[in-house]
Design a protein. Structure first.
Length: 554
């Protein structure tokens, strides 16, 4: 309902408003503009009311995918995830009501704030608190529980007090003495390295970090979601020599990057035992995890980077571009890039991962959103596919959660449609990863979203079998006993999933077919496409300097 409608209906003191309308209006007041979900009793009216106040409602096929989509919108717009859950009626509590479950308690572990309003009148302030909690400090999800009987409860319109939109998160800066110490450590570093994490992307620190990199001529390495904060093809990006850079750096600045498994916990043998970390983070509890940092800079990453820049403005300093460290990194980048190119140029069929990604990279629009999930598909894709803009890469992230891809792609497409019509979303999926949320293809077609889905199909999880070997294996016994658990059905025609809903599907087996189908998909602005790319079922990653940290990938 628009505000003028609300005003009209509120003329008489008898005017009523429903709980659903209060929820919608309260969300709108907090500048929440997108809602993803699935309707059913008791939440259908909430989605209708949301549409009436101008919130875009995207009906998904699974709540999990809806949550992934909403979390991606949060990352892209700075308005994180609020989960609104319909729960059982208050009067039936403990009686075994329809879908009765301790939802508030269950969500508490996984969210920054989890609450059930005590009355319809309490909804606006609870929603304001949920939104505020989700964006202040380290961002995170919040849960608001709505008893079923609230949704259609009519209350006097004058009894509702909407809460003004919460203020943007306050910007906090690091201690000056710590900033001076960090600058001095960097000036004295022999082999410095900046690591740019997702926190830097979220903090929109791209301009200040790029300035620091260029002014001081420092090498930088993005984490998977930090890719694009500074473009991957920037001359100071040492992504192609990642292991070398981590292993030999003597001073490392972490910009919103956690020392978790993705960064090998900051420990030897992946790092020097005496490496000095300068940790820049908005979350105090993060500081000192796994390694005792040399300096901690607690604050907003953009503001803290500007503090560092002030130091280098006062007494200019540049890391020598002709240093041994730069030479060492450049050599390693060159040899790694040559090894990938060699794999990419292999002409044998079925194609390998590198061949596929090199052809995709050639046609990738520079401003596209790149979404990716899978194991080899995501890991190898990340090394070849370039990001040029901040917050334009969405992948399975720290948890490595399979199933996020289509929800992320839908979110990016919905945001792109609003902000930047014509912008495309390229969603690179392993065949297993695609299966987790495959039915969201219907959602993509229903809203006619500008998404090109690429399914990199090796017939399995990490690897699979070719059709003949699969047949042979099945001869030896029942499939549940003899089929390797990593295998999926060989030669699956995933492209039919999209043609079922009116999208365009392609089945490709050669580089030429891939090039052509990708060109056609990108040219076709009328409908979404899915390209099912058959690759060698046993194709693997090129040899790594270090084994994967986990003991086994199988
Ligand atoms: C929710 C969830 N379930 C299971 C896994 C375990 N897992 C890791 S990667 C992966 C799929 C990898 O296969 P695919 O997507 O086909 O990529 P490939 O390595 O074959 O290229 C699975 C199931 C996970 N990470 N997340
Ligand atoms: Mg696979």
């Amino acid at each position: 309902m628009s505000e003028s409608n609300l005003a009209e209906r509120s003329n008489g003191s008898e005017a009523q408003v429903s709980g659903a309308e209060v929820i919608a209006q309260a969300l709108k007041a907090q500048d929440v503009n997108y809602m993803f979900g699935i309707v059913g009793i008791p939440v259908t009216e909430i989605s209708l009311a949301a549409q009436k106040v101008g919130i875009r409602y995207v009906g998904m096929r699974n709540e999990q995918a809806a949550c992934y989509a909403a979390s991606a919108v949060g990352y892209l717009t700075g308005r994180p995830l609020i989960v609104i859950g319909g729960s059982s009626e208050r009067s039936q509590e403990t009686m075994g009501a329809f879908q009765e479950f301790p939802q508030v308690e269950a969500c508490r572990l996984y969210s920054k704030f989890s609450a059930r309003p005590s009355s319809v009148e309490a909804i606006p302030s609870i929603i304001e608190k949920a939104v505020r909690s989700s964006i202040y400090g380290r961002p995170g999800a919040c849960y608001v529980d709505i008893p079923a009987d609230f949704v259609n409860l009519q209350v006097n319109v004058n009894s509702i007090k909407y809460v003004e939109c919460c203020l943007p998160p306050p910007v906090c800066m690091a201690e000056t003495s710590a900033v001076c110490m960090a600058a001095s450590l960097l000036r004295n570093a022999k082999q410095p390295l900046l690591i740019i994490g997702k926190g830097a992307a979220y903090a929109r620190a791209e301009h200040s970090i790029r300035k620091l990199v260029e002014q001081c001529q420092l090498p930088f390495l993005p984490t998977p979601m930090g890719k694009g904060v500074i473009r991957d093809n920037h001359p100071n990006c040492v992504g192609a020599a990642r292991s070398r850079a981590l292993q030999f750096a003597d001073v490392i600045v972490l910009f919103g990057a956690r020392l978790n498994w993705i960064l090998h916990f900051g420990l030897p043998p992946r790092y020097q035992p005496d490496v000095k970390f300068i940790q820049v983070d908005i979350c105090a509890e993060e500081l000192g995890n796994n390694v005792r940092p040399a300096v901690t800079l607690l604050g907003d990453i953009n503001a803290v980077t500007q503090q560092l820049l002030e130091q280098f403005d006062k007494i200019p300093w540049q890391y020598p571009p002709e240093s041994k460290w730069w030479k060492n990194l450049r050599e390693k980048m060159k040899s790694n890039e040559a090894a990938s190119k060699e794999l990419a140029s292999q002409k044998s069929l079925p194609m390998n991962y590198y061949t596929v990604f090199y052809h995709v990279q050639e046609q990738l629009p520079r401003d596209c959103f790149l979404v990716s999930e899978g194991a080899n598909t995501m890991d190898i894709g990340r090394t070849v596919l370039q990001n040029y803009l901040p917050r334009h890469r969405l992948d399975a992230g720290t948890f490595g959660t399979m199933g996020v891809g289509l929800g992320f792609a839908i979110a990016a497409a919905v945001v792109a449609k609003d902000r930047n019509p014509g912008q495309r979303v390229i969603c690179v999926e392993g065949d297993s990863a695609f299966g987790f949320s495959g039915m969201e293809v219907e959602t993509i077609c229903r809203y006619n979203l500008p998404i090109v889905l690429l399914v990199v199909n090796n017939n399995g999880i990490y690897q699979g079998l070719d059709a003949d070997t699969w047949k042979e294996v099945l001869k030896s016994g029942d499939a549940t006993t003899v089929a390797p658990p990593v295998c999926l059905l060989p030669h699956s025609h995933y492209e039919h999933v999209i043609t079922a809903f009116g999208g365009k599907g392609y089945f490709v087996q050669t580089p030429e077919e891939l090039q052509k189908s990708l060109r056609q998909s990108l040219e076709d602005l009328t409908k979404p496409s899915l390209i099912n790319i058959m690759i060698e079922p046993q194709a693997m990653r090129k040899a790594q300097d270090f084994h994967w940290l986990t003991s086994s990938k199988i």
